[in-house]
Write a protein that binds this ligand. Structure first.
Ligand code: UFG
Length: 327
């Protein structure tokens, strides 16, 4: 029988791509999602349990019914800007929700979890690129909740033997090359989909949030990593835990810094469409530049990003948006 893996937030962007990778590798992904941000149409590779991490009964029932071998935990609020305005929502959903999940796992004798962490735990790093062991000084509530969660996992490992892999993504981007799933947030706040929606004429113009940063062209620099590469990293992390390996943390980036202005230019080139771009004030909570060193994940997990060139990222995102939101 196929091994069941409970995927919280499996109806979301990175979660759904990971469910596809799990199914292709012979696992049975069971999605646990309250559909507050996820999309029911994105659950295509296994059962959907509509449930909320803040509801302990929902969790207990999901574990009792499906008896998963392990958990992959994506469900969280994940907007940097919103977290600055609404920290209570972030502490409640991300920390309280995750604690409920770990308690439910203990009660159900499930001891392996892959956790969706973030480069936002590093804050404004002293140097670039960012390796796993750099100091962690998050500068927004979102990053603080994820860092606290990493601490929670470490403590649960020490005390209760929970084994975990925390994957700190840099900027997830792109879409399934088969066009089955892609990035679809409502409201959309992420750079690439906003640029694509502007190219498609669904927005009149877009903004660059600050061009006075100490970066190559004054706009923020990020490390964009293709969502299917992230999905394959989750699979490798899961397999490592199932083989009985110890807990660990990994940075997942491509190692290349791309500025907001460069990214917008790439969207213009890939789409073949020009569109108006204005310079707006900095967005609170945004660090100037975030670029990963991912040597550790390559060496220890055998992870190899295959689709994370910026052209490929934008092309798959463009193709998916064209198919999904015709325009
Ligand atoms: N940006 C713009 N204009 C826009 C939207 C975004 O200039 O209309 C800029 C942002 O200021 C930022 C960059 O584009 O510099 C990327 O912004 P996104 O919102 O696409 O992504 P973030 O870097 O804010 O967030 C991502 C993930 C988070 C993660 C964070 C780490 O979505 O989960 O990286 O910094 F925590």
């Amino acid at each position: 029988m196929k091994k069941k893996i409970l995927v919280t937030g499996g109806a979301g962007y990175i979660g759904s791509h990971t469910c596809k990778a799990l199914a292709q590798a012979g696992f049975d992904p069971v999605v646990f999602d309250n559909l507050s941000a996820g999309n029911e149409w994105a659950v295509k590779w296994g059962a959907l349990v509509k449930g909320d991490l803040l509801n302990e009964d929902d969790l207990a029932q999901a574990f009792a019914q499906h008896k998963p071998e392990a958990v992959i935990h994506f469900a969280a609020c994940a907007y940097v800007g919103e977290s600055v305005d609404e920290p209570e929502k972030y502490y409640r959903n991300n920390l309280h929700g995750s604690l409920n999940l770990l308690s439910a796992m203990r009660a159900a004798n499930c001891h392996k979890i892959v956790f969706s962490s973030t480069c936002a735990i590093f804050g404004e790093p002293d140097g670039l690129p960012i390796s796993e062991d750099l100091p962690k000084n998050p500068i927004n509530p979102y990053g603080r909740t994820k860092l606290a969660m990493e601490g929670m996992l470490e403590d649960f490992d020490h005390a209760y033997g929970l084994k975990y892999v925390a994957l700190r993504y840099f900027n997830a981007a792109g879409a399934d090359p088969d066009g089955e799933i892609g990035e679809d947030h409502d409201p959309e706040t992420h750079l690439i989909p906003i640029a694509i929606e502007t190219a498609m004429g669904r927005r009149d113009q877009m903004q660059v949030f600050g061009d006075d940063y100490p970066t190559k062209d004054g706009s923020n620099v990020r490390d964009y990593v293709h969502v299917t590469d992230l999905a394959s990293a989750h699979l490798l992390a899961l397999q490592s835990l199932l083989e009985g390996n110890e807990s660990d943390v990994f940075n997942l980036g491509n190692g290349t810094g791309v500025s907001v202005k460069e990214l917008i230019q790439t969207v213009k080139e890939v789409s073949g469409r020009d569109f108006p771009v204005t310079i707006a004030p900095r967005r609170p909570g945004d660090p100037a530049a975030l670029v990963a060193v991912s040597t550790k994940s390559r060496e220890q997990l055998g992870w190899e990003p295959k689709s994370s060139g910026i052209q490929q990222i934008v092309q798959t995102a463009w193709d998916w948006h064209r198919g999904h939101n015709s325009g």
